[in-house]
Design a binder for this molecule. Sequence first.
Ligand code: FAD
Length: 336
Amino acid sequence: IGNNASGTRSVKYGAARDSVLGLKVVLPGGRLVELGTRTRVASTGYPLERLFVGSEGTLGVIVEATLRYVPIPKFRCLGVANFAKLEQAGESITAVMASGCQPSMLELIDKVAIEAVNRAQNLGLPEVEAILLFEADGMVKEAVDFEIERISGICAEHGGFGIEYSYDPAEQARMSAGRKKLFPSLSKFAEALASTALADDMAVPYSHMAECARTIHEVAERHGLVMTAYGHCGAGCMHTKILMDTSRGDQWQAARQAISEIYEFVRRVGGTTSAEHGIGISKAGQFQKEKHGLLDLMRAVKAVFDPNGIMNPGKLVEAPPDWLEAGPLRYHVEDA
Ligand SMILES: Cc1cc2nc3c(=O)[nH]c(=O)nc-3n(C[C@H](O)[C@H](O)[C@H](O)COP(=O)(O)OP(=O)(O)OC[C@H]3O[C@@H](n4cnc5c(N)ncnc54)[C@H](O)[C@@H]3O)c2cc1C
């Protein structure tokens, strides 16, 4: 709740904010307040509970939450499609989202991620520019069948191949193994490269997902870095990892420049700095650029709830704009 987390199924079920009906919060002075309601609808003044979701501990301490539940679907069908070109996957994402289908998952895996899991796990995934994982779920099997066939058909219309889908958990585990084993695989991509979570989380309108991944690859290459681009593409959520030699000072400078260029692209297409991980320190500079016209209002909100500035100080609006200078790195840098 503190950072409005979401995940692979946010394309259908939303982020934490969509599930929070009410909160109990202790304000910095010790006052306990109850925010929100237990009802599905409310039009009762400012929805302060929504303000606290994603506030990253900067306003008060959440001590209780009332959540909206949804029933667990009886049927889940997972599918996969391979694309020679990133743009074909991008067109499929847009077409699926515009089709009226409600996928419960739509995940993009890029060529760097594919290479990483093939190297580390020997999975034998096709060496293509993009793989889409898609899922439909529901209480009625015929409805799930209809959606999964429609999504598969859309992928095929846009050049997808090797398309398959299954209700069988063992088959689903096989199809999603690449995505599940991605993080440890990235760490083993190359002996000298560490997988760093720097510009690791952003969101763009889903119609720009392929362009965003392409931009990330181009920027990384120009700066002598390796970057992967993957994410919950139906929700427009893009994750990256920068694979770099963390002992080299020039790689950190390159990473800083690459991140800056990637976020310029994100803002240009109407995207936002963080999809689900929050701002903290490392994304503060980009967040402050994106919200530059609103920082005075955000500071004023912070001052109302936390006049003495004791709640998670030095984050969000208060964070230093340059993460590289913000504090000691947890890596040893030889020529820093
Ligand atoms: C490998 C990995 C994968 C991840 N994948 C995802 C993903 O798929 N989706 C996603 O959304 N995120 C993902 N994350 C990031 C994830 O969102 C956060 O790590 C997680 O949500 C933080 O939860 P936590 O309980 O550890 O909270 P913390 O890290 O303790 O806190 C998160 C924020 O909430 C604030 N906070 C904590 N407790 C309170 C409280 N009681 N009241 C008010 N504020 C509070 C903190 O100050 C902080 O700003 C991933 C992280 C990792 C390391």
